[in-house]
Design a protein around this ligand. Sequence first.
Ligand code: HEC
Length: 539
Amino acid sequence: MNYRLIRFPGAMVACIVLACVAGCPITLTPDDGDNVNDNVVANENENENDNTAPDPNDNDGGVGDVGPTLQGLDIDKSMILPFTVQAAYNDDTMFFHMSWEGDRGDTHDYFRYTDGAWQREGGVRRDGQATLDQDECRGSTGVNSTIYESRVTFMLDDPNGPNAVQGFLEFGCTLTCHDNSRTMPTWCHEDGDVHKYLPDDVPGRLDLWHHRLGRANPIGLSDDQWVGQRTGDEGDGGGGSRHGDDGTGPYATAATGDDGSPQWVFDPATTDGSYAFPFEELFISPLRTFVDETAADLGPNAPNPVGIDYADAVAMGYEPSEGDTVPRRRLRQTEGSRGDITAAGTTFTPSAGDPLFGRWDSNIQRALDTGNGDDTALADGNVYNIAFAVHTGMVTVRDHYVSFAYTVSLGGGDADIQAVQIAGSGAGALPDFSDSSQFPVTEIDLFLPGIASYEFLIGENKNLGVEYIDPETGSLIDQSHTGATFLKDLGLGCRDCHTASGSVETFNPPKPGGFFAETMEHLVPLRGGVNTPTPVPAE
Ligand code: HEC
């Protein structure tokens, strides 16, 4: 297996892209044009309101004699990501501040003009590998590169609310992670996009606060979604169940013209005359994001470059030239429940010497009670369940960091995270989170989950006795979780037996009956699939 892992060395990324585009050592047989499912939007079900039908022409160019530039998976990537969270609330608004070190990750996907044609750039790192391997089961085989945005997210559960999800505190996000989810062991590309969902016997809804650092944050916004059971009508071809809240999301996705051309290019009146920027400036160009007219004045960098119709640009005299690059997503003002969360005060502070790697300080705000049924309402005096994730290093699917589930209290007593009540109302005045004596900092170690699916963890029958092969080592891996009966029958949770790391945490089981059974840092890699190919059932 040709598993090529490129380190993600921050500032070097731009150079790697160029070097590889100019002449990657890897060659592929020309793509056969069978790219039915390659549309990133269709695969992700990220935005039901994209007004963009999946485009059968996507990515049918480009994968000729050079392979995709793989970014993001780093075999040495740390199992643990230190993460901090603070929370506050006033009369009507909730505030979270989350911080970690990672890549800037504000670039997502693009159209690039090269060799006389437009092609797509950016996509899922595991699809990039499937393309190199020409492995039609393990992902799309038609991607040109794997540039991807960073995000910070959490799922929120009110154990006493109308959408309560039984077991979320015990299982955390693993309740939504399955063997047949995209890039997991029993998934195949032809299954379509199966992403996170609640098991058939676990009703309810998890409120997903989804702060996208490429597709929302540049205009000071966040995405707002939810996760439920599969209903079969998700429109993603695979029956995952992550949904956008009702309304209009923070970005639209460009349709692709018959000739592969993008739907939008820059309005030169907003860019000092440019319709596009050179591909080699992707990571440094201020034009790496554009907006529609509703978002021209949103966010910390306003006025923002605006995207206009390609046809209008051509009518104005635009002719593409080699290397011309434009974003595939056009950011916009949100509407309705999908737009409940704002991201005012979010900053990225580059590290010394590397402009593309540094510290993110995500600040997000939302009404305590949005009045929308697809949100978890928050109120003084209550305790909620919450589990975090960070996507960093240009990866998606299961290559993100996750946490166990924690509790957050709004004046409701004991909890892992204490949200501090402050005077006032509205989201206008942000709490001063730099004051850690007023706003206590909760340190949480996030970990890479590998292939720790719900089915594996509860020892569901279909997993028992199935042999899984780790393609990295060629050896069989274990399919039985010693904690399974405790999870299922005794109501214990991960934290009753495990910690994430061995360094900052001391084992402190929330419930009696647990026992220390090692760290995720140590255990998850034993099952394979962490930054490596996915173990699959033996024939
Ligand atoms: C009652 C205790 C208990 C609970 C609760 C529990 N586990 Fe475990 N887990 C164990 C034991 C024991 C092992 C085996 C440890 C070893 O091999 O050193 C284990 C192993 C694992 C492994 C490595 C599997 C392998 O094949 O080597 C992972 C991953 C894991 N647990 C994740 C979780 C997660 C995630 C949760 C929560 C959903 C959880 N565990 C809940 C006891 C528990």
